[in-house]
Ligand binder design. Sequence first.
Ligand code: OAD
Length: 249
Amino acid sequence: MTHTQIDTLTSWLDEARSAVFFGGAGVSTASGIPDFRSAAGLYASQGRGGRSPEYMLSHECLMNEPAEFFTFHRQNLVHPDAQPNRAHTGLAELERQARMTAVVTQNIDGLHQKAGSQVVHELHGSVQRYYCLGRGHHQFTLEQIPDSPVVPICPDCGAMIRPDVVLYGEMLDDDVVDAAVTAVRQADVLLVGGTSLNVYPAAGLLHYYRGDRLALVNLTETPMDYQADLVIHSPIDEVIGQVCDRLFV
Ligand code: OAD
C-alpha cells in the first residue's frame, strides 16, 4: 500500500457520513480464523474423503449426515477464543464517530459485534446463534450448546438443533439482504475488504452502490477490481489500522 492510497481512503472516511463496510473471511484471518479460498484456507486444507467443503457446509449434509456436519462445523467454523483485530475495532470506531452506518459481512464469527459495532448485517448468519428444527424454533446461544452429543438435541422438544447460518442450498434471509441493500444504496463511501467476491448473491451487493468512492482492499485480485475507484492489495487490518491511526489521533 502507498501513502497516497492511505491518504485517499483517510480523506474519504474523514468526510463520510454514511460509509458502509462490506467484508468477508479476510477480515478475520488476522484473528486466527482461516479464510476459504486462499492457499492456507479451509477449502485447501479440508479434503474429506471425496466430500467437498461446499458439501460439508450444505443443507444436504446437515440433513443426511448430521454427525459429520457438526464435527466439521465445530472443528472449522466455531472459534470461541478468537478476538477482534484492528479491522474490527477500527470499523466499530468509525461507527461511533458517525462516519459509518453499517457493516455488511459474509462472516459468521460475530467478531464485529465483539469489537463493538452495533449495526451488522450478517448475510450468512452467525455461529453464535442456534435454533431447533421443532415447531417452536427454540433459540439457543453458542454457550448453551453442549459438546456432546455431537448432534445437539433441543431440551424442550427433542428436535435437532442447528446453527443459524446460511448453508449451501439455502436462501439468504430476505430482511437481512434488504437491510444490506438499503445501506449500500445510501452509502457515500463503500469500503469492501477481505473477500474474494466469488460467492453470490453476496458479491452482487456492490452493484447497488451509486457513489464514486468505492474502495476495495484485498490481498489478492478480485473480479471486481476494475469497478473500484481505489484498489489496495494489502491486509485489510493494516489498512484500516493505518487509516484509523490518522483519523483518531
Ligand atoms: P474467501 O476465502 O473466498 O476470500 C477471502 C479473501 O480475503 C481472499 O481473496 C484472500 O486473498 C483475502 N484475504 C485473506 N486475508 C486477508 C487480509 N488480512 N486482508 C485482506 N484480504 C485478505 O472468503 P469470502 O469471500 O468471505 O459462505 O467467501 C465468501 C463465502 O464463501 C463465505 O461466506 C462462505 C464461503 O463459502 C458460506 O459458507 C455460505
